[in-house]
Design a protein around this ligand. Structure first.
Ligand code: SAH
Length: 471
C-alpha cells in the first residue's frame, strides 16, 4: 500500500490553496464541501474562484506564495502551473510537517486526493496513489452505478434509530444481526424507492415485535471458495463471507479468498493436508454444530465446490441431524478452474462427449478405480488429488487400452499467479512431473482435449500483490 487511507476532519479549519486557476478551484470546492475554510493565494483568480470570492465562500490574498501563508493552515494544496512554486510549497510545508498535496506530482505529496463517491454520511474514496488517476476514476464510475444514490438516506435512517436499537438489543451481535436484516431487506428497498415514511413505519413495527432477547440458534453457510482467484467467487458467497461471525476454513482456501471474510470475524483453521488432518472430520462436523448452537453465523469455507470431493455432504449431515439451519453455496470446482485457465475445454464436439471427475487418492492409499470405465474413448478424465498416484494412473490407463500417446496435463495451483501447466502424454507426464516437482494443489486432465491447450491457452499468471493467492 503506497498511501494510508484516512478521512480528515477539516470542518471549520483553514485550508490553503496555492493557485487561482480551474484546478485550484476544483480542490477549493472539495475542501469547502467538507466544511473547510478555504484561503487562496495567487497573483490572480480565474473565473470560478473569482465567483467564489464574490460569494464570500473563500478568503483571498493577491500575490505570490510566501511561507507566511502557511501560518495557521491545517493543510495545503499546491495547484499552480509553475513547478518551481509547487516544489517550494511542498518544501515549506514539509518543514512544518503540514500535510501537502501537489497536483499531479505524487512524489511531492504527503497526501493524495482520492476519487470520491459521496453518499454522505457514507463516503467512499478510491485512489491509485497517484499512479493512474484515470483508472481510479473508472473504478469510481463503476461504484457509482452499483451503490444506489439514496444510500445516504438509508444511513440517515440508521443514525436516527441507532439509540433505540441499542436500547433494545444489549448484545452487540444481536444488534448487528438486526441491522443487517434491516439494511439488506425490504425496509432498505423502501428507502431506495423513495418511501421513507413507509420505511420508518415498518422499522417501528419491526422493533416493537422484537423481544430484544439474544437469539439462540445461529446457522451455517457451507460456501465454495473456488479454486483460488477471488474474482471467481459468487455474489452470494461474498455476501455471506462478509456477515459471518466465525470462519472455519482449511488449507485449500487461498489467502486472497480468506482475505475477503469479515475483518473482525473469528477464524478457525481446521487443516486438512493429504494424510494429515489437523482436525478429524468428525470433530469438524461437531465444531460447526456447536458454534451455530452458540448463536453464531458460521462460515464453513471450502476450496472449490463444497459438494465435489469436499466432504460437504458429511458436514451438513451432522447439522441436519442436530437441527442446525444451513445453506450451501456452490463454488467453481478445481476441474472447471483448471480447465478454463489452462485453455483445455473439458468437452468438445470432436474429442470428448463426456467428462468424469475422479479422486486419485483412496482411503487405503491405493488407486483402486474402475479403470475399464475410465479407459473409454471420447471422454475426458479429471483426477483430483492425483499427484502421488500419477505413475499408477498413467500405467493403469495404458494397461486398460488407452494409447500411450494420449495427451495429459498437470495443472498446478490453477487460477492463481502461481499456476503452471505441464503437458505430456500418458507415457511422458510422470517423468515431467518428477523433474518439475509441482507444488500442490495439482489436478490431472487426461484426454484428447488436452491438445487444445496449445491453441487456447490465454491466462498469463502475473504476480500482482504480495497478498495474492497462495496456500
Ligand atoms: N472441493 C474441491 C476439491 C477438494 S479435493 C473442489 O471442488 O475443487 C482437493 C484437490 O482438489 C487437490 O488435491 C487438487 O487435486 C484439487 N485442487 C483444488 N484446488 C486446485 C487448484 N487451484 N489447482 C489445481 N488443483 C486444485
Amino acid at each position: 500500500m503506497e498511501f494510508l487511507p484516512v478521512f480528515l476532519n477539516v470542518r471549520g479549519r483553514r485550508c490553503l490553496v496555492v493557485g487561482g486557476g480551474e484546478v485550484a478551484a476544483r480542490k477549493a470546492a472539495l475542501l469547502q464541501q467538507a466544511g473547510g475554510r478555504v484561503a487562496v493565494v495567487a497573483p490572480q483568480l480565474g473565473k470560478t474562484l473569482q465567483e467564489s470570492l464574490e460569494k464570500r465562500e473563500i478568503a483571498y490574498r493577491q500575490g505570490r506564495f510566501e511561507p507566511r501563508d502557511l501560518e495557521s493552515a491545517h493543510l495545503v494544496v499546491a495547484a499552480t502551473d509553475n513547478p518551481g512554486v509547487n516544489a517550494r510549497v511542498a518544501e515549506e510545508a514539509g518543514e512544518r510537517r503540514m500535510p501537502v498535496n501537489v497536483v499531479d506530482e505524487p512524489e511531492l505529496c504527503t497526501f493524495v486526493v482520492p476519487s470520491i463517491i459521496d453518499r454522505s454520511p457514507i463516503v467512499i474514496a478510491v485512489s491509485s496513489g497517484g499512479a493512474a488517476p484515470v483508472l481510479a476514476r473508472l473504478v469510481r464510475a463503476r461504484l457509482e452505478t452499483l451503490i444506489p444514490a439514496t444510500y445516504g438516506r438509508l444511513a440517515k435512517l440508521a443514525a436516527d434509530y441507532r439509540q433505540r436499537v441499542k436500547d433494545k438489543f444489549r448484545h452487540p451481535p444481536d444488534r448487528r444481526k438486526f441491522w443487517e436484516r434491516v439494511l439488506q431487506g425490504p425496509i432498505a428497498e423502501m428507502v431506495f424507492s423513495g418511501r421513507d415514511k413507509a420505511a420508518r413505519e415498518a422499522l417501528d413495527a419491526t422493533l416493537k415485535a422484537e423481544t430484544g432477547e439474544p437469539g439462540t440458534m445461529g446457522e451455517v453457510y457451507l460456501v465454495g471458495g473456488g479454486p483460488g482467484d477471488p474474482d471467481l467467487l459468487t455474489f452470494r458467497a461474498l455476501r455471506l463471507m462478509q456477515q459471518a461471525d466465525v470462519v472455519v476454513y482449511d488449507r485449500l482456501v487461498a489467502n486472497a479468498v480468506l482475505e475477503l471474510t469479515r475483518r473482525d470475524a473469528e477464524r478457525i483453521y481446521v487443516g486438512k493436508e493429504r494424510d494429515n488432518h489437523a482436525l478429524p472430520q468428525e470433530k469438524i462436523n461437531q465444531l460447526l454444530a456447536r458454534l451455530a448452537k452458540q448463536g453464531k453465523r458460521v462460515l464453513r469455507l471450502k476450496g472449490g465446490d463444497p459438494f465435489i470431493f469436499g466432504r460437504g455432504g458429511e458436514e451438513i449431515d451432522t447439522l441436519a441431524q442436530e437441527g442446525v439451519p444451513f445453506q450451501v453455496v456452490p463454488g467453481i470446482t478445481a476441474a472447471s478452474g483448471s480447465a478454463s485457465y489452462a485453455g483445455i475445454p473439458l468437452t468438445h464436439r470432436d474429442y470428448a462427449q463426456a467428462c468424469v471427475f475422479v479422486t486419485g487418492h483412496l482411503k487405503d492409499h491405493s488407486v483402486n478405480l474402475n479403470w475399464q470405465m475410465l479407459a473409454q474413448p471420447q471422454q475426458t478424465v479429471v483426477f483430483y488429488m492425483g499427484l502421488k498416484g500419477l505413475d499408477e494412473i498413467c500405467g493403469q490407463l495404458i494397461a486398460h487400452g488407452v494409447s500411450p500417446d494420449m495427451p495429459a496435463a498437470l495443472v498446478q495451483q490453477a487460477t492463481t499467479y502461481r499456476q503452471r501447466v505441464f503437458i505430456g502424454s500418458l507415457t511422458t507426464l510422470p517423468g515431467i512431473a518428477h523433474a518439475a516437482q509441482p507444488k500442490p494443489p495439482t489436478l490431472i486432465i487426461v484426454g484428447e482435449v488436452v491438445r487444445l491447450h496449445e491453441k487456447l491457452a490465454w491466462f498469463e499468471p502475473v504476480e500482482t500483490t504480495v497478498a495474492d493467492s497462495e496456500w
